[in-house]
Design a protein around this ligand. Structure first.
Ligand SMILES: NC(=O)c1ccc[n+]([C@@H]2O[C@H](COP(=O)([O-])OP(=O)(O)OC[C@H]3O[C@@H](n4cnc5c(N)ncnc54)[C@H](O)[C@@H]3O)[C@@H](O)[C@H]2O)c1
Length: 260
């Protein structure tokens, strides 16, 4: 018995990183998964590897029309949809006073508008299915400050805010909405060297490990599989009485200053 037997879940940004691990784990737990991303080649290859329980669609989360098409694709392939993981996201580093408006708005378009459109499009389908789950991906910078990420922090705080409102509005329809707040996770977002074919993956991970060994109380960067397990908990009946909450997964980083 899988924890998601019979469920149909849309995962955005599923071609790599945390979204990829969420898609892999959800299929392993019995779900059928519609993978959406803008990295078509990688997304198609992953869906092929996962087999009949997975389909890939091009889904730019900031484009309204793509969302309608993705829901139709889920219905065509799997007969409906009763779960959503809003995972797609982008990060830009810049000082507040040096952030061009276009850059700020581009981050808003994916992280904030994408999450809004995803919830708005999919929630009625979940309600029609008799209930379901939405898991939004925020960040620890939704809950604490970090220099150089004004645009990103703004969008992730918005994700937590929208999660609470959506949870209140959708609870009567049996739809639970929660948010994940990962700390530093070893994906291309935190560790862009992973995308460089000339860099040995173990070497790329070792470089960030050195940094986070000092910063994080648990002494290491997180793994995307560890965030996927939180997404599974929040998408399954194991969290049946939980809605409207942000969940931190960060190796203790936000607990406070270690001091030694
Ligand atoms: N890596 C971290 O340390 C960390 C920490 C906190 C939160 N997060 C959040 O976790 C989520 C996953 O990030 P990740 O760490 O796996 O990074 P990643 O860069 O490996 O993955 C992000 C995915 O989103 C996709 N994407 C980007 N723009 C898109 C769009 N417009 N439409 C659809 N897909 C799009 C990318 O193609 C990629 O597959 C993001 O929301 C990110 O903000 C990451």
């Amino acid at each position: 018995m899988g924890k998601l037997d019979g469920r149909v879940v849309i995962v955005t940004g599923a071609a790599r990183g945390q979204g990829e691990q969420e898609a892999r784990l959800f299929v392993a737990e019995g779900a059928r998964v519609l993978l959406g991303d803008v990295l078509d080649e990688q997304g198609e290859a992953l869906a092929k590897e996962l087999g009949d329980a997975a389909r890939y669609v091009h889904l730019d989360v900031g484009r309204e029309a793509d969302w309608g098409a993705a829901v139709e694709a889920a219905k065509d392939a799997f007969g409906g949809v009763d779960g959503l993981v809003n995972n797609a996201g982008v990060l830009r580093f810049n000082e507040l006073v040096g952030t061009p408006l276009e850059e700020y708005l581009a981050v808003v378009q994916v992280n904030q508008v994408g999450t809004f459109l995803g919830m708005r499009t999919v929630a009625p389908e979940l309600a029609a299915a008799g209930g379901g789950t939405i898991v939004n991906t925020a960040s620890y910078v939704a809950l604490t400050g970090m220099a150089l990420v004004t645009s990103y922090a703004a969008t992730k705080a918005a994700v937590v805010g929208m999660t609470r409102v959506a949870a209140l509005e959708l609870a009567p329809q049996g739809v639970r909405v929660n948010a994940m707040c990962p700390g530093a996770i070893d994906t291309a977002m935190t560790n862009p060297a992973q995308l460089d074919p000339g860099v040995d993956p173990a070497q790329a991970s070792a470089a960030v490990d050195e940094l986070f060994r000092k910063l994080v109380p648990m002494g290491r960067i997180g793994r995307p599989e560890e965030v996927a397990r939180l997404a599974l908990f929040l998408s399954s009946d194991d969290s049946s009485y939980i809605t409207g909450q942000p969940f931190v997964v960060d190796g203790g980083w936000l607990a406070g200053v270690a001091g030694f």
